[in-house]
Ligand binder design. Structure first.
Ligand code: DQA
Length: 140
């Protein structure tokens, strides 16, 4: 399977921002581990990261017919982006929503996701391992 891992706003700063919440590994380091994890299991993981909502929508649109699944950490867009929600609903590629932190144990606004309803499922709270679990869900 070919899976696209999409990271949204501020996730490019992973490893540098709020380390107590998101860990000390950079996004690049996590992506390299994810690529190896998929490859060792006979699959492929590719990566896209942007701070821009529209670019995230375009990446989701362009995944149609190209990828078997999307792992999506939309960052704070999760909580209010109807544009990303509509992009997910517009494609037949299944999307698994991911969060590194346990969003239910944080501020009230993080408890709302406008994306979950149109996603296949959601994995959160396991740090970088949320991504690994989400990837694995595609080939279970
Ligand atoms: C996050 C949780 C979001 O609430 C936050 O805005 C992020 C990261 C996570 O991975 O835990 O940027 O999606």
């Amino acid at each position: 399977m070919k899976i696209l891992v999409i990271n949204g706003v501020n996730l490019n700063l992973t490893g540098k921002r709020e380390r107590a919440v998101y860990g000390a590994e950079t996004l690049g380091e996590i992506e390299a581990e994810l690529a190896a994890f998929a490859e060792e299991r006979g699959h492929a993981a590719e990566f896209f990261c942007s701070n821009l909502e529209g670019e995230l929508c375009t990446a989701i649109q362009n995944a149609e017919g190209v990828y078997d699944g999307i792992v999506l950490n939309a960052g704070a867009y999760t909580h209010y982006s109807y544009a990303i929600r509509d992009a997910i609903a517009s494609v037949s590629v299944p999307v698994v929503e991911v969060h590194m932190s346990n969003v239910y144990a944080r501020e009230q606004f993080r408890r709302t996701s406008v994306l979950t309803e149109v996603c296949r499922g959601e994995i959160l709270g396991f740090g970088k391992y949320s991504y690994f679990l989400a990837l694995e869900s595609f080939w279970l």
